[in-house]
Design a protein around this ligand. Structure first.
Ligand code: ADP
Length: 269
């Protein structure tokens, strides 16, 4: 008996072919969107890097010109002002580059996620108590709305979730007047855990809300204190981290009244 198998053409009906083509088209569309987003991000970042760099370059040139051999040195007060300008602009660059690097590492999978099972209430309280004694928040009124009965565990990468809280707290402070209230709350609904960071600051215009989680998006005309830096990457980092935990983040906001960012994640089984 001949044991050789005959080649048989696989049976593929036209519906399967149509489904596969649709999937390919969809995947292609996603790739194109990702590519467009990346290009836009690079354009925006290059633009953002240029402004502080120009300020640094012209200050250094001016200082060098004024303090050349045989020239009178720059008066102490002027020198101090220049140093503080250099300091502020360098910080802006550092913040931008740090956020950009972090975002790229998460995107490329180089930044690993190490999940640990933790009680949500305890994790949030520890963050809150550390913020309470942090100088950055000394002019703000911090409130905790986490019930003692909140008794759920979540599987999270603790360092990355601390970054989520950092970014949300930093924004709450940046976009609110001194003396405003920042609230951290949490609960469980429909078997999912959630926590929120609420402020009563400047709020976000309705038309900007769909875009705030996009990379490098900033609300035009938003007031940021001059000593604060802004990369426009903070919320997209939050979104990426939360989605890597099978969760979601959303924002409700009213202009002039304040904003609430709510993060929802699965409860550990
Ligand atoms: P940035 O580094 O500019 O703060 P983010 O990605 O963190 O970037 O935020 C995107 C934009 O969303 C900000 O530029 C700001 O306009 C707006 N925004 C974020 N958080 C708040 C907030 N708590 N209150 C008001 N506006 C906010």
């Amino acid at each position: 008996m001949n044991s050789k198998k005959k080649f048989q053409q696989p049976q593929v009906d036209s519906n399967t072919v149509a489904e596969l083509s649709a999937m390919l088209l969809e995947a292609n569309k996603k790739l194109q969107t990702a590519e467009r987003e990346r290009t836009l991000m690079l354009e925006n970042i290059s633009h953002d890097l240029r402004a502080p760099l120009t300020a640094i370059r012209s200050t250094v040139d001016y200082m060098r010109e004024k303090s050349g051999d045989g020239k009178e040195d720059i008066p102490a007060e002027e020198r101090r002002a220049m140093l503080s300008l250099l300091d502020a602009r360098t910080r802006t660059l550092e913040a931008l580059i740090n956020d950009l690097y972090y975002m790229t590492c998460i995107d490329s999978g180089r930044e690993e996620f190490n999940f640990t099972r933790v009680p949500l209430a305890q994790f949030l309280e520890e963050y809150f108590f550390a913020a309470e004694i942090d100088d950055k928040y000394e002019d703000y009124d911090l409130e905790l709305e986490v019930s003692e009965e909140l008794d759920v565990f979540v599987d999270i990468d603790v360092a990355k979730f601390s970054r989520v809280l950092d970014n949300l707290f930093t924004n709450a402070r940046k976009y609110s007047e001194e003396g405003s209230c920042i609230t951290l709350g949490a609960g469980v609904e429909d078997g999912r855990a959630f926590f929120y960071v609420k402020d009563n600051g400047q709020g976000i215009p309705k038309e900007s809300l769909p875009y705030i989680f996009d990379r490098t998006y900033r609300v035009s005309g938003a007031r940021t204190p001059s000593k604060e830096s802004s990369s426009g990457l903070g919320l997209s980092i939050v979104k990426t981290i939360v989605e890597n935990h099978g969760g979601s983040v959303e924002c409700s906001s009213e202009l002039g009244k304040g904003s609430t960012f709510t993060v929802t994640i699965p409860v550990a089984k």
